[in-house]
Design a protein around this ligand. Structure first.
Ligand SMILES: [Zn+2]
Length: 196
């Protein structure tokens, strides 16, 4: 995997992808606890935010880092139906070519990747709930189709594509790591963003 990514630009992991509590880098995989910073492990960071119109504040609803092998493991456990639907949703919604073109520009600013919903194009300022996903290695953010931001409208649509079996896997993930029973979950339930 690292060979495939070796030509991609990287940038030090910015504030938005650091721990809300400490402001530091995430150090361990939420599933297997392996160290993310001492090695060449590739990992994903997922965070969800809620904002309040008219106020310059946002809440971090949940946040975690997960190593690529755990992320792939969970993705494999999702129902085939959900995976196929999500793949179709992402491939028709995200402009992969445009994002890869950004990686070739001079003066790369990661902010461009998370300025709008990757599916709907809504600017982040117009969103009240959104989730961001980053692909990292050590203390570096790797720019490709990642990082991306998904706003509330697309999160809702994605939720509707999931089978009950897959929703149960997400609820289990949320319950184990965040202690949230499913009945308290809303569209920002700590759902895991599959590696497709
Ligand atoms: Zn892991």
């Amino acid at each position: 995997m690292s060979d495939i990514h070796s030509h991609l630009p990287t940038t030090p992991i910015p504030h938005i992808f650091r721990s809300h509590e400490t402001g530091e880098l995430y150090t361990n995989c939420i599933e297997c606890f392996r160290s993310l910073l001492d090695s060449e492990t590739e990992y994903l960071i997922e965070k969800a935010f809620r904002t309040y119109p008219g106020f310059a504040i946002s809440d971090t609803v949940f946040e975690y880092a997960i190593c690529m092998s755990c992320a792939e493991e969970i993705t494999k456990s999702l129902s085939r139906e959900s995976r196929t639907r999500l793949e179709q949703y992402f491939s028709s919604g995200i402009n992969l070519q445009e994002r890869m073109k950004w990686t070739e520009e001079e003066n790369i600013d990661f902010g461009k990747w998370v300025a709008t919903c990757a599916i709907k194009g809504t600017r982040v300022e117009g969103l009240t709930e959104y989730q961001v996903v980053a692909h990292c290695k050590g203390d570096q953010l790797i720019l490709s189709v990642f990082p991306y931001l998904i706003g509330e409208e697309a999160l809702n649509e994605m939720g509707e594509l999931l089978s009950n079996e897959t929703l149960e896997i997400f609820d289990d993930f949320g319950g184990r790591h965040f202690g949230l029973p499913p009945e308290f979950s809303d569209k920002l339930r700590p759902r895991f963003m599959p590696v497709l």
